[in-house]
Design a protein around this ligand. Structure first.
Ligand code: MSP
Length: 663
């Protein structure tokens, strides 16, 4: 396949962009760059979703017309992508004239084919979600998302005969294991299809209720349901049905988070099938970025601003962190501490050090000219083989959206190269006057470093170009020559002897942890935050320490007094239940011998069923400031220990009276 088409969701314009939106867009950008590097013609699409009730309400709040409002927020998304160096080919808006025409043409096509019908329907309508809920889907009669009572509405509407295509969809998903990936989401969709809960899709809203939408071509009293409208951006932006880009790039692949699995995995393929269009090739579904195990939200004040992160830590380092830290498909927790940890360990210590050491040695021993290597010994051959394997795995994993594993595979090579420097000890060879062997070692290192720099271009485009320039490579159009990866994998060559390279390299100065961490900050009361903000010095004021230090993974020592200040106690869990408004959190009532039970919210729900915890003794910190989490107060923190995905409760070796002090 010589063409590659990748999309992000088109984002709602009722809120400003944050880390979650930036993650999906950065991943799509990296995928597009990766496929360009593989020599493919690529098209990368993102945009904004601008119709619906929510937009009208948000515009009213701002005292703006819907159009003025959507122009402003859509502009913010476009500006952010520009600042983050996102190289999308098009930015689509559902208020674009061409998009509206496409939606109408598509609706007409499906209507003419007999798959849209008019019918009466009564259902529980949640205005927040802009959709109907069935009795079964409600929780205690409330919308599961908003915890509000939906209004029962009975009205005439247009319906898409989605149910007709569900058996076919199930077969398609079963026959194509990669259609929805990773597997957990494929299974989720199959379970949805097998549950029998899916019906025909209501695709209209009467204008008496909503006017901010695309008019149905066959009935001017109705506008199109937002999802039917929004999903069509993926082909309207390519100029369906006859546009050159549509003919070249469709079908492509989509990238979304788990929140919008159903519309993409059920509505969209059945819509395409009904209109006789080819299906997308892959739906790539990722998890959620959480902050301290809690969803980001404006009211909690823990929304991470991607631009600020890029500015504080470097755009490419931030991109690397996002791709390396999240295991695609699973949720991940964001903290500046882990961001700094990765920058220091992987970038400054492993990659940055490799470049500074080897460039400095080449300057000292060969006047910064690439030396001519002699015959390889077994250590050189091993590096050469590892390089081929690492690159092949990297490319394979990257194209299967396993970015963390792909980068890990490349880092096996980076770490092996650092070990090779240590074991070959070029400084000793120099002292011994063994210049032929020294030349071979340096040649091997520089050759492998060039390969690493090329591989990293999709993830860290600017740094990759700097690395290549330091290695004397000419870079045109801000990227390595294409098709770089395929050609480079099996051929351990690429650096001309005699080529002038840079004498120094300072790619990633080690950085200190910032005083202020968004995640930690969100947990503190506002007054305290303001105070520490005034006191903290900005990151750029901190001088960059030497690159050779060990990674900053060991926390600094604390005074015994600080430890004594913690009120650590043993208590018995009396009640445990799921937080009504946060999937990962349990609401616990714990007896610490205080005369009344203490409520603590804890991110245990994915590891323990409530009934597993009741009656157990746990250890907790009691003198943390009370914290509101999704509407409920937490008065302390239950202690846990974690390794990988395994989480255990800290407890006592034998029962102890409640309130027992831990020291
Ligand atoms: N407008 C619809 C999508 C229509 S696509 C035809 C929509 N918009 S949204 O603004 O709510 O964006 C949802 C998407 O934003 C998620 O699917 C994901 O790509 C991204 N994220 C928003 N918050 C996120 C996290 N906390 N973590 C990771 N990504 C998340 O749904």
């Amino acid at each position: 396949m010589k063409s590659y088409f990748i999309t992000t969701p088109i984002y709602y314009v009722n809120a400003n962009p944050h880390l979650g939106h930036a993650y999906t867009t950065i991943v799509a950008d990296s995928l597009a760059r990766f496929h360009r590097l593989m020599g493919k013609s690529t098209f990368f699409l993102t945009g904004t979703d601008e119709h619906g009730d929510k937009i009208v309400q948000a515009a009213e709040k701002q005292g703006q017309s819907p159009q003025e409002f959507v122009d402003t927020i859509s502009g913010r998304f476009q500006a952010l992508w520009l600042s983050l160096g996102i190289a999308n080919n098009r930015f689509v808006r559902t208020t674009d004239a061409e998009h509206k025409l496409t939606v109408q043409a598509f609706l007409q096509k499906v209507y003419d084919a007999g798959d849209i019908y008019f019918g009466e329907f009564g259902g529980h309508y949640c205005y927040g979600c802009e959709r109907f809920y069935t009795e079964k889907e409600l929780e205690n009669g409330l919308c599961p998302q908003h915890l509000t009572r939906p209004e029962f509405i009975s009205e005439k509407n247009y319906f898409f005969r989605m149910s007709k295509y569900l058996p076919w969809l199930r077969e398609h998903i079963q026959a194509n294991p990669d259609f929805i990936r990773p597997e957990r989401y494929r299974n989720e969709v199959l379970a949805m299809l097998e549950s029998g809960g899916l019906e025909d899709l209501c695709i209209s809203r009467p204008k008496s209720r909503l006017t901010w939408g695309i008019e149905l071509p066959f009935d001017s009293d109705y506008v199109c349901y937002v999802w039917f409208d929004a999903l069509l951006n993926y082909i309207s932006a390519l100029g369906w049905p006859n546009g050159e880009e549509y003919l070249q790039f469709w079908p492509g692949e989509h990238l979304v988070a788990k929140d919008i699995l159903k519309p993409h995995a059920v509505f969209w393929p059945t819509m395409l099938k009904a209109a006789g269009l080819p299906l997308y090739s892959h739906l790539n579904v990722h998890g959620y970025w959480l902050v301290r195990d809690t969803k980001m939200s404006k009211s909690l004040g823990n929304v991470v601003d991607p631009l600020q992160m890029g500015q504080s830590y470097g755009l490419d380092a931030f991109r690397y962190f996002l791709l390396r830290e999240m295991h695609f498909g699973a949720d991940a927790s964001f903290s500046e501490e882990s961001l700094v940890g990765r920058i220091n360990a992987d970038l400054a210590n492993d990659l940055g050090n490799l470049f500074s050491r080897v460039l400095a040695m080449t300057a000292k021993y060969f006047g910064s000219l690439v030396p001519q290597g002699a015959a390889f010994d077994k250590d050189d051959t091993a590096i050469c083989e590892l390089c081929a394997v690492a690159m092949r795995n990297y490319a394979q994993l990257f194209s299967h959206v396993q970015f963390a594993q792909a980068l890990e595979s490349l880092w096996e090579l980076v770490r092996a190269l650092n070990k090779y420097v240590d074991s070959q000890a070029p400084w000793t060879l120099y002292k011994q006057g063994n210049m032929e062997r020294l030349a071979t070692v340096i040649h091997v290192l520089l050759t492998a470093m060039r390969k690493v720099a090329i591989c990293l271009w999709p993830v860290m485009p600017e740094v990759s170009v700097r690395m290549l320039e330091q290695l004397g490579q000419s870079v045109s159009d801000g990227m390595p020559p294409v098709p770089a990866l395929e050609v480079e994998m099996d051929d351990f060559a690429g650096l001309e002897p005699g080529l002038k390279i840079a004498a120094t390299s300072n790619l990633f100065p080690r950085i200190e942890k910032k005083d202020k961490d968004v995640a930690a900050d969100a947990a503190r009361p506002k007054k305290e935050k303001d105070k520490s903000r005034k006191q903290s010095s900005s990151l750029s004021d901190t001088p960059a320490p030497e690159q050779k230090e060990q990674p900053d993974t060991v926390p600094p020592p604390i005074d015994f007094e600080h430890f004594k200040a913690l009120d650590l106690r043993v208590g018995t869990v009396v009640t445990a239940e799921k937080h009504p408004n946060a999937d990962r959190i349990l609401r616990l009532e714990i007896d610490f011998g205080e005369g009344k039970l203490r409520q603590i919210l804890s991110g245990l729900a994915e590891h323990f069923a409530p009934e597993e915890i009741v009656g157990r003794q746990v250890c907790a910190v009691l003198n943390l400031p009370p914290r509101k989490i999704r509407g409920l107060m937490s008065h302390g923190m239950v202690l846990t220990a974690q390794s990988g995905e395994t989480l255990r409760l800290l407890t006592v070796s034998a029962p102890l009276p409640n309130g027992g002090e831990i020291a």
